[in-house]
Design a protein around this ligand. Structure first.
Ligand SMILES: [Zn+2]
Length: 281
């Protein structure tokens, strides 16, 4: 009898520990040299994370992606065309990883310094042909707010992380959280290096808080990446263009399944790995 009880308890524990959390942190436009140039003035925590890999970012219809197609690749696991959000290239709506998480009973949080209907956060709950269709995005957001914790825009992403994660973790089924530092991209479009660095330092602090959470909650995987590079920032820390570039971006990972993100990968594989961690464990 004791043996059976012991087995039952073991089964219960293994069942409970199945709940996995994924924290996806997107530094919009944050290429390798954004990190390197920022680290010249101040140590960058992100660069100390245990796993580093690379992500190819091209979209379905362009070598150089925009944030809409790239965030959709992370959210839905397929390449789509620039400007499209939460839709496959053929035009059908895709189920985002955030929507799937809600369906499976997990908690979901979406936080960004982007404007209210910005492309990156919206890719996780909206389905539109054009990222500038703000009215439709806003209506999707209104509906999604009933089932997800959505805060867009926030003024500093670092100020959101601890409270958000402590709220999301109160779900035995686990959670999916997305945090975005949007202004790294904005300032890179304007070639404003110092302002870009300020935003990157705040994003880096946010990553530090998330990493601390991972230490205390070991069933968590933290993924830090960019959607694309912006500004063609050179090794000498000079911007060479005002637009996005097609260069690969670094991905860093920490926590339980960090090793999955080692090496080179396409942006759609990031979705597949997150899906595996959350739903196929
Ligand atoms: Zn941009």
């Amino acid at each position: 009898m004791k043996k059976i009880l012991f087995l039952f308890v073991c089964l219960l524990i293994s069942k409970v520990s199945l709940a996995d959390n994924v924290i996806l942190m997107i530094g919009d436009g944050m290429g390798e040299n954004h990190l390197k140039c920022a680290s010249a003035d101040k140590a960058i925590y992100i660069m100390t994370l245990p796993i580093k890999g690379w992500v190819h970012t091209h979209s379905a219809n362009n070598q150089i992606t925009d944030s809409a197609a790239s965030a959709t690749a992370y959210a839905c696991g397929e390449k789509t065309n620039n400007r499209m959000l939460g839709k496959f290239a053929g035009g059908d709506d895709c189920q985002t990883i955030a929507e799937k998480a809600v369906q499976e009973g997990l908690s979901v949080g979406i936080y960004s310094t982007d404007y209210a209907t910005g492309a990156t956060p919206s890719a996780f709950f909206a389905h539109v042909y054009n990222r500038n269709d703000r009215k439709t995005i806003a209506s999707y957001k209104l509906r999604a707010q009933n089932v997800m914790d959505i805060k867009v825009p926030v003024s500093k992403i670092s100020q959101e992380v601890e409270a958000a994660l402590n709220k999301l973790k109160n779900n035995t089924k686990g959670f999916f959280a997305m945090f975005e530092g949007a202004l790294i991209d904005t300032y890179s479009h304007h070639n404003k290096l110092d302002k870009m660095k300020e935003e990157l330092y705040d994003f880096d602090l946010a990553v530090k808080f998330a990493s601390d959470f991972v230490r205390e909650n070991p069933d968590t995987t933290l993924i830090v990446l960019a959607d694309h590079e912006t500004g063609g920032l050179s090794d000498e820390c000079r911007y060479t263009q005002k637009s996005h570039s097609g260069t690969d971006v670094p991905v860093y990972a920490d926590g339980k399944h960090a090793e999955l993100f080692d090496g080179k990968q396409d942006n759609i594989e990031i979705y597949k790995k997150m899906y595996q961690i959350l739903f196929e464990n």
